[in-house]
Design a protein around this ligand. Structure first.
Ligand code: SF4
Length: 189
């Protein structure tokens, strides 16, 4: 569960002429494109804005420059002033945008069905199931597993798991040595 979804749990206008596709699948859902009524001061349509930030794809924390067009990140590059990566960015960091835009990314709560296959759930169903499970497991060692989290979100998860008598465990898919080897290959260090 990512940050946006977790916070959701706790807490584009085009003329939409629906067309019946020739293959008979049915009408496409109408989408809405809503332009900025009051644009942010640092966004100029047609002009890229760059933000310095930190890659969170692994624990190394490389410095990034994120290129943003009309409010959407379109490219990531290493920050030359970062003492960690000195302007370089490994393939995992380059691919971080896929988590935002890849059409095959996980966008809904999922659970395994009776046959073991993953099935999408509605948010109401997922929240209901989660609440039931937490109630059943309260006091019996609940573990909340996330990727690397820090700052206010990490503190929120820590606080929540403490309240329900559990603990927060973070995982890093690459062991440190593998990460260091990957960086050596990617960064030539
Ligand atoms: S090593 Fe790669 S994945 Fe890890 S923080 Fe740096 S760019 Fe991101």
């Amino acid at each position: 569960m990512d940050r946006r979804r977790f916070l959701k749990v706790l807490g584009a206008t085009s003329s939409g002429a629906a067309a019946i596709s020739a293959c008979g699948i049915g009408p496409e859902p109408t989408e809405h494109l809503v332009p900025y009524l009051v644009p942010p001061e640092d966004q100029v349509p047609g002009t890229a804005t760059y933000y310095a930030t930190t890659c969170r794809e692994c624990g190394a924390g490389c410095g990034l420059h994120a290129k943003v067009r009309e409010g959407r990140v379109v490219k990531l590059e290493g920050n030359p002033e970062s003492p960690i990566n000195e302007g370089r960015l490994c393939s995992r960091g380059q691919a971080a945008l896929q988590g935002l835009y890849n059409p095959d990314r996980v966008t809904d709560p999922m659970a395994r069905g009776p046959n073991g296959a993953w099935q999408k759930l509605t948010w109401d169903d997922a929240i209901g199931r989660l609440a039931t499970k937490v109630k059943e497991a309260r006091g019996r060692g609940i573990v909340f597993v996330t990727g690397l989290e820090s700052g206010s979100f990490g503190e929120l998860v820590d606080s929540w798991t403490k309240d329900v008598g559990g603990r927060h465990v973070t995982f890093e898919p690459f062991a440190f040595e593998a990460l260091r080897e990957g960086n050596r290959l990617a960064f030539g260090t």
